[in-house]
Write a protein that binds this ligand. Structure first.
Ligand code: M6R
Length: 601
């Protein structure tokens, strides 16, 4: 999704360098063009379709080293209105280049505004919804309105979602506004920053202010002023980010994804820290205060987070709570229905996913108690919900979610215990063991060999029951998004109801079988069904059952209970997908067509 960056500061920093660093820190969000605007006595705009490197090589040398401008904005665009092209790339300006604007979100009434501006004689250059903004500002400037008022008036006309930043010729100020799209301000020694996300400026400052919906910001080299929609100054608090630039780097790994897979033991230790009472077998979640549950629990989430939500709902149902996971894009609070005794849990790594945010807003309107289970402190989900439970995974840059999924599973296990007062010494002990068990998998996994054997497969299937079903779905999602090959995950019992027709000697089936319960033996029955049809079987198992006898390959996991072993088993699947994608030479950290943070519905 689009990313915004802005900088205004002293001569100590090279503005262009800060902007390019910022854009590179936002690359993970996914984009297809990039651009920057520097403001001085005039406005200098450079924009280019393609990777950031295309923009960098299109910059005139003088601009790359220029020190004179101390204010600028930049943008990575993920196309919505109009194809990727130099012209559609941001920033956009008014006809006289008095103002340049970058925008993340969707302006829903742009066609009406565009028609109005065209009727008034404005000529548009791009297909974007964004271009209406600088032209609107331009018409207000023409009417003699000052810059800030012109900016605010233009924003007042917009419907939809936006994080917007604008710079003006002859001004050392950035004006910004947000509604339903993330925007965070950075308070540095050498100036002030703004961005869609903290990695854009973490190497310059870790002190941040999260802008709220409906707020405006004015950034100058000297100060940052936040106001509400009426122009009244808002008291803000500066927060300190708990991770640094190194956490957001690759630390010697070839890909962020591989680094983040290997960070899982650390991520889970962070997630568990201070939350387990081993003596009493209890879970303590300070963030939830005295929250108690009476009615049903609904989870809303998308993609990988939805798989974690399925796992969370299973946990609660096993504890006697009526719980259901919904794809956020399909959630309809009226039809379900949701009431004051409902609890709605939004599971979202970024805390910005538009579908999940809409569902949470609906739930709030319906009077439900809402909880955000998220990785990003101060994110939109955290601010929208009554409570926020942080998964504490640290920054995840790879588009494919890995450590955040394991952290979501862990946090949801804690949440299920807390909501039902049903921790147990055994579960607490098992949770405590998970980081070490994952480390064992990372140290001993044969996933790379399996990837070598099956890199040419026609398709990959994943099966599991109970807690392993979400992992089967997640295994398939990971495989398809980074290898671009067909992969499907199924509840083991569903195979024979249709999908079995797809199974051939060229479609390996990955079966999750841990423990030796009835569930496990039923899945072993399903393994036999695919084996009888000549499909190769890869069992992910702790060796407690005899599934190994029917499998062509085994990926081992340490023995644990079913709840926690599904967290560990998933790591083997992450590694298989990673190595298949690696062998196929795919763009692992930025798979085609995908974005890390999906801020449109
Ligand atoms: O930020 P969120 O957790 O709300 O993102 C939801 C999905 O877009 C996300 O989980 C996506 O499916 C993964 N990046 C895929 O690996």
């Amino acid at each position: 999704m689009c990313g915004i960056v802005g900088y205004v500061g002293s001569d100590e920093n090279n503005t262009m360098e800060v902007l390019l660093d910022g854009l590179s820190g936002l690359e993970y969000r996914g984009y297809d063009s990039a651009g920057v605007a520097l403001a001085d006595n005039s406005i200098d705009v450079h924009k280019k379709e393609g990777e950031l490197s295309a923009l960098e090589s299109a910059l005139p040398d003088t601009t790359a080293t220029a020190q004179k401008e101390s204010v600028g904005i930049g943008h990575t665009r993920w196309s919505t209105h109009g194809p990727p092209s130099d012209v559609n790339a941001h920033p956009h300006t008014d006809a006289d280049r008095r103002v340049a604007v970058v925008h993340n979100g969707i302006i829903e009434n742009y066609q009406t505004l565009r028609d109005e501006l065209v009727d008034a004689g404005v000529e548009f250059r791009s297909d974007t919804d964004t271009e209406v903004v600088p032209h609107l500002i331009g018409t207000y400037l023409d009417a003699g309105i000052d810059r800030e008022a012109a900016f605010r008036r233009a924003i007042d006309r917009l419907e939809g979602s936006y994080a917007i930043a604008a710079v003006f010729e002859g001004s050392e100020t950035i004006y910004a506004a947000r509604k339903d799209s993330p925007l965070v301000l950075g308070i540095g020694e050498e100036g002030h920053y703004l961005a869609s996300d903290v990695p854009a400026f973490i190497e310059y400052t870790d002190r941040v202010i999260y802008l709220d919906d409906g707020e405006f910001a004015r950034l100058t080299p000297e100060d940052v002023i936040v106001t509400d929609s009426t122009g009244t100054v808002v008291e803000t608090s500066i927060e300190t980010i708990q991770w640094d630039a190194e956490d957001a780097g690759k630390s010697g790994y070839d890909h962020y994804m591989l680094k983040e897979i290997h960070e899982q033991p650390k991520a889970l230790r962070q997630c568990l820290r201070g939350r387990l009472d081993e003596l009493n077998g209890q879970v303590e979640l300070e963030e939830l205060g005295d929250l108690s549950r009476t009615g049903p629990v609904q989870f809303v989430a998308c993609g990988t987070s939805y798989h974690a939500a399925l796992y969370g709902a299973t946990l609660l149902r096993e504890r006697g709570v009526s719980a259901q996971a919904f794809l956020a894009s399909e959630y309809d609070a009226e039809a379900i229905p949701v009431g004051a005794d409902s609890m709605v849990v939004g599971v979202t790594q970024s805390g910005e996913t538009a579908d999940t945010m809409r569902a949470l807003r609906e739930a709030n309107r319906a009077g439900a108690t809402t909880i955000a289970v998220t990785n990003v402190v101060g994110s939109s989900a955290a601010r929208e919900c009554d409570y926020a439970l942080y998964i504490r995974a640290g920054p995840e840059i790879g588009v494919a979610a890995t450590k955040t999924f394991a952290s979501q599973q862990t946090a949801l296990t804690l949440l299920a215990c807390a909501l039902t007062d049903q921790g147990s010494r055994n579960l607490v002990r098992q949770l405590r063991a998970v980081p070490d068990q994952i480390q064992t998998v990372l140290d001993t996994s044969r996933a790379r060999e399996i990837a070598e054997v099956y890199e040419d497969a026609d398709a990959y299937f994943f099966i599991g029951r109970g807690y392993h079903r979400p992992v089967a779905l997640e295994g398939a999602l990971k495989m398809k998004e980074i290898t671009y090959k067909h992969a499907e995950g199924f509840a083991s019992g569903e195979l024979k109801h249709g999908p079995l027709a797809l199974v051939t000697e060229n479609t390996p089936v990955f079966a999750m079988v841990t423990g030796d319960s009835e569930q496990a033996s039923k899945t072993i029955g399903n393994v036999k069904e695919v084996e009888a049809r000549d499909a190769p079987v890869v069992a992910v198992t702790d060796g407690q059952s005899n599934v190994g006898r029917y499998a062509d390959h085994v990926l081992e996991v340490p023995a644990g209970d079913e709840i926690t072993s599904s967290i560990v088993a998933n790591v083997q699947l992450q590694l298989v997908s990673y190595w298949v994608a690696n062998r196929l030479g795919r763009s692992i950290d930025k798979p085609r067509n995908l974005a890390k943070s999906v801020t449109v519905e």
